[in-house]
Ligand binder design. Structure first.
Ligand SMILES: [Zn+2]
Length: 444
């Protein structure tokens, strides 16, 4: 907490000087976007992770049956069913519901090694081996069908749920007013804010709440120290906190310095791939999952803690060293595997025709995603276009005839690869074409 505070102070130097003045509108924050999580150390040097996508599995893992189908698909895909034993373990990251169902499935589904019969309930399996005198030399663990899959909760989804529960806790107390101050006025906008519909906005709002409320909480303590001609310090603040009598003050300091700070440290741990910080954030935050009765995340937290205690040291080391990834190789921009996959999903959707895509389209796009990326880069290069981000493209020059012909043939290639009869209207490349059809005037 001391380090977080120092960094925060560093970024708000100009604010602290002006704290007692009425007008501190001109103050600016100095921390650069990519430096704000540097208070947590990064375990690895910058490294670009090679992300490969396999064939998608068309199951929604929200029942035991569908989770088993997904497991079978992943076992085939990662070579766990193959006898050459190239791989011993597969780490499988997911959201709270599939995590819980999946962990129970791993515990319950057994295969008799003698007659290859499958059992969904552990009790039935035990009856079977007793009655038939099978699997005499083996323990129950050896007969588990999915024993070599290790479930890990997806950090991105974990964070989404932390944000949701924190907004629930603080809605009536402070966040309702904060939302209105931030411009969410209509009942619909407020409802969406309360449901944490946009994770990025909710996250930013909570950070505004944490930093500003932390400063408010420190004002009375700092005033007291100034009166005594003493220097404020972290230990001094904690003794001040112990002596605080106002229940509102105590509540708010717990909210800010325990739960909001846990969320901040959790995010910093993810961005820097620091397992200790991630675990510290999870543990400090966990009472809220229980307090708000979120059964899947309660179970996820407990099971995840057990896995980390019970798994062999080399598996634990592997989990710790691979909590988060950066597809770009930036050491402060890592994210959980679930969000790396979401990015790929989003990118794939760009190549799909509008409307509900069928399985064939998904497969075609997923099998060709790298090639499609290359084609897109090539099209940008031809036109000297810089994609500002994935969704925004600025056209700055007209194409000559040859380039237009090339562009059209590339478009045909893409349509062929994706099996599309037409380009979706909302696709960035379609926008480029529209720009050129409009004579380079339109701007997207
Ligand atoms: Zn048997």
């Amino acid at each position: 907490m001391e380090i977080v505070w120092k960094q925060h102070e560093h970024g708000t130097d100009q604010l602290t000087d002006l704290l007692d003045k009425d007008d501190y509108q001109g103050a600016t924050f100095e921390i650069k976007k990519e430096e704000r999580y540097n208070f947590v150390s990064s375990k690895h040097p910058e490294e670009k992770v090679n992300v490969t996508v396999g064939d998608p599995c068309f199951e929604n893992p929200c029942s035991y049956e569908s989770v088993e189908k997904v497991f079978d698909h992943i076992r085939d895909l990662t070579g766990l069913t193959d006898n050459s034993k190239v791989r011993q373990w597969t780490m499988l990251g997911c959201d709270g519901l599939p995590y819980t169902l999946g962990s129970r499935t791993i515990e319950n589904v057994s295969v008799c090694q003698d007659c290859k019969m499958e059992f969904d309930e552990e009790a039935n399996f035990k009856d079977h081996i007793k009655q038939n005198d099978h699997c005499k030399e083996l323990s129950a663990n050896d007969c588990r069908k999915y024993n070599n899959i290790v479930m890990i909760p997806g950090l991105g989804h974990y964070e989404i749920n932390m944000v949701k529960v924190l907004i629930k806790l603080l809605w009536d107390i402070a966040v309702f007013d904060l939302a209105k101050m931030l411009g969410f006025h209509s009942p619909k906008a407020l409802q969406s804010f309360q449901n944490a519909g946009d994770h990025h906005k909710s996250w930013q709002s909570l950070m505004i709440f944490m930093h500003s409320m932390a400063q408010e909480l420190l004002v009375p303590y700092c005033r007291q120290e100034v009166k005594k001609n003493a220097n404020p310090s972290l230990t001094g603040y904690f003794s001040y906190l112990n002596g605080a009598t106002s229940s509102n003050y105590k509540f708010m300091s717990e909210v800010v310095f325990t739960y909001c700070l846990a969320l901040h440290v959790f995010r910093a741990g993810i961005r820097r791939d620091n397992s200790t910080a991630i675990q510290a954030g999870k543990v400090k935050f966990s009472p809220l999952f229980f307090g708000f009765n979120m059964p899947f995340y309660m179970e996820t937290f407990i099971r995840d803690s057990f896995v980390r205690v019970q798994c062999p040291p080399e598996v634990l080391a592997f989990i710790g060293a691979n909590e988060s990834y950066s597809a770009s190789g930036h050491d402060s921009k890592r994210e959980g595997g679930d969000f790396v996959l979401e990015n790929i999903n989003r990118k794939s959707k760009m190549w799909m025709p509008s409307g509900l895509p069928d399985k064939k389209k998904w497969l075609e796009v997923y099998c060709n995603i790298d090639r499609l990326d290359e084609v897109q880069d090539h099209m940008y290069n031809i036109q000297h276009l810089q994609p500002a981000d994935d969704e925004c493209v600025h056209a700055n020059r007209k194409l000559d005839k040859d380039q237009l012909i090339l562009l059209q043939s590339l478009e045909e290639d893409i349509s062929y690869i994706c099996g599309m009869d037409f380009f979706p209207d909302d696709h960035p490349l379609q926008k480029i074409n529209q720009v050129h059809l409009a004579g380079g005037k339109a701007k997207y």
